[in-house]
Design a protein around this ligand. Structure first.
Ligand SMILES: O=C(O)CCC(=O)C(=O)O
Ligand SMILES: [Fe+2]
Length: 273
């Protein structure tokens, strides 16, 4: 078993680190187009009652209900376990098997408000993107900006909480915290932890066009591909002014799998009498 594990691909090596805030990994083409189709088929085969409609997106909750005190666990279905076990093994970042998955569906003009994931989760998250590209923005937690804007959404088990162990008295500390963004292409895997998890909010704008040339993972090669229209959904916007901008035009539905671990697990109790 040890040997088998050591020969596996590790997707959290330095080559996949993007940006300067510890630690964000971006793995393009983590799954194949066939695997993407298979996942989408399974997601859309779920009964309609499995979808929870929110103001700006729909979601499916798998793995059980997350409470402040932990998870009322339900086994993940085999088609999800297949991909979460792979992420668990190949990332080597989770303390135990991934036991909770939120599946979010966004139409081109939908997004998710800047938020932090709730305290029930181990502070590592893996997000698999399907369908259509999107830009995820990371902004320093309000504590680091000296403002108290409440941007919480309150419907995704996610809350804004003040990060612990922060020294905020000095401007030096504050200056380290700059917003950044990551372009999430279909079939890619994003993993973030450490400061990126604890000191930043993450969100997706609800706009159909999203500028991404400043994104930390947008390389020259992606720019070239965009210019040659090789990447669907990406285009060079030449109307914006003197500088060209790479803009994602969200033309289709995006579906994402947010994979996490809740360590405090309660099994459903069945009372016999
Ligand atoms: O859809 C995404 O990429 C982000 C989802 C997210 O942040 C969440 O479910 O907490
Ligand atoms: Fe989140």
């Amino acid at each position: 078993m040890e040997e088998l594990l050591s020969s596996e691909k590790v997707v959290t090596s330095d080559e996949f680190v993007v940006g300067s805030v510890p630690t964000v990994f971006y793995i393009p083409d983590y799954i194949t187009a066939a695997e993407e189709d298979q996942l989408l088929n399974n997601i859309y085969q779920a009964p309609i009652s499995k979808w929870k409609s929110l103001k700006n997106r729909r979601l499916q909750n798998w793995g059980g209900v997350v409470h402040e005190k932990g998870l009322l666990a339900q086994d993940l279905p085999p088609w999800l376990k297949l991909v979460t076990n792979r992420i668990y093994e190949e990332s080597r970042l989770f303390p135990s098997a991934i036991n909770h998955v939120l599946i979010n569906e966004y139409l081109p003009d939908q997004g998710i408000m800047p938020h932090q994931d709730g305290p029930a989760y181990v502070p590592v998250v893996a997000i698999l993107s399907l369908g259509s590209p999107v830009v995820m923005d990371f902004v320093p937690h309000p504590s680091f900006r000296g403002t108290a804007t409440d941007t919480s959404e309150n419907n995704n088990e996610d809350i804004i909480s003040k990060p612990e162990n922060i020294e905020m008295s000095s401007g030096e500390h504050l200056s380290e915290y700059h917003p950044f963004s990551v372009a999430l292409m279909p079939r890619s895997l994003l993993i973030f932890k450490d400061k990126a998890y604890s000191d930043f909010l993450h969100g997706i704008k609800d706009s159909e066009f999203q500028q991404c040339d400043e994104a930390v993972n947008v390389t020259n090669s992606l720019q070239n591909e965009a210019e040659e229209h090789m990447v669907s959904g990406l285009k060079i916007d030449r109307e914006a002014g003197d500088d060209d901008h790479i803009v994602i035009h969200r033309t289709g539905t995006r579906v994402s799998l947010t994979c996490r671990v809740v360590t405090k697990v309660h099994k459903h109790l069945i009372k016999l009498h």
